[in-house]
Design a protein around this ligand. Structure first.
Ligand SMILES: NC(=O)c1ccc[n+]([C@@H]2O[C@H](COP(=O)([O-])OP(=O)(O)OC[C@H]3O[C@@H](n4cnc5c(N)ncnc54)[C@H](OP(=O)(O)O)[C@@H]3O)[C@@H](O)[C@H]2O)c1
Length: 134
């Protein structure tokens, strides 16, 4: 086995024992790395799944939340869950924590998911400064 292949094998073994914590939400979907994790059965955890509430006034999101009678945060949490991501939204506010957990009585349709998928802006959708490793 060549060195690169051995390293690849080792990385997958390590990653499988943990999980990948990635910034993930409709505006930053990181498809290449998510596909890689899915292919190698690495659990994907959505970091900033609520986009820190910065998209609370996004028209697409607001319209969808009205359609479902749910908060924008609940829509984003459902989106994460239906993508198969581990979703750990953060809140210091008890009423929000309760509402954020109340996401199992409704479902986004395939069309809703597609609408949210189309919001992807790649790296431009990131709200956290990326580290450059060069
Ligand atoms: N940010 C950190 O310090 C920190 C530390 C450790 C780990 N993490 C990781 O980061 C992830 C999430 O944290 P994050 O803070 O980066 O992003 P986030 O979960 O996308 O957003 C959290 C922000 O959204 C607000 N929020 C939560 N529920 C809301 C609701 N229902 N309506 C309106 N606003 C709401 C919170 O405000 P309130 O708190 O005022 O409600 C907080 O400002 C976790 O999954 C964890 O893995 C973050």
């Amino acid at each position: 086995m060549r060195y690169a292949s051995k390293l690849h094998f080792l990385l997958i073994r390590i990653a499988k024992s943990a999980n990948g914590d990635l910034q993930l939400h409709p505006w930053c979907q990181q498809k290449a790395i998510v596909d890689y994790c899915n292919k190698h059965k690495i659990i994907v955890e959505a970091y900033c799944p609520l986009v820190r509430n910065l998209k609370a006034h996004d028209q697409t999101l607001v319209q969808m939340s009205k359609q479902h009678g749910k908060t924008t945060a609940q829509i984003l949490i459902r989106y994460s869950l239906q993508k198969g991501w581990v979703c750990l939204p953060k809140s210091d506010t008890p009423s929000r924590i309760e509402a954020n957990a109340d996401v199992y009585g409704f479902e986004l349709s395939d069309s809703d998911m597609e609408t949210l998928n189309r919001l992807d802006q790649g790296a431009n959708g990131s709200i956290v400064q990326a580290v450059k490793n060069s």
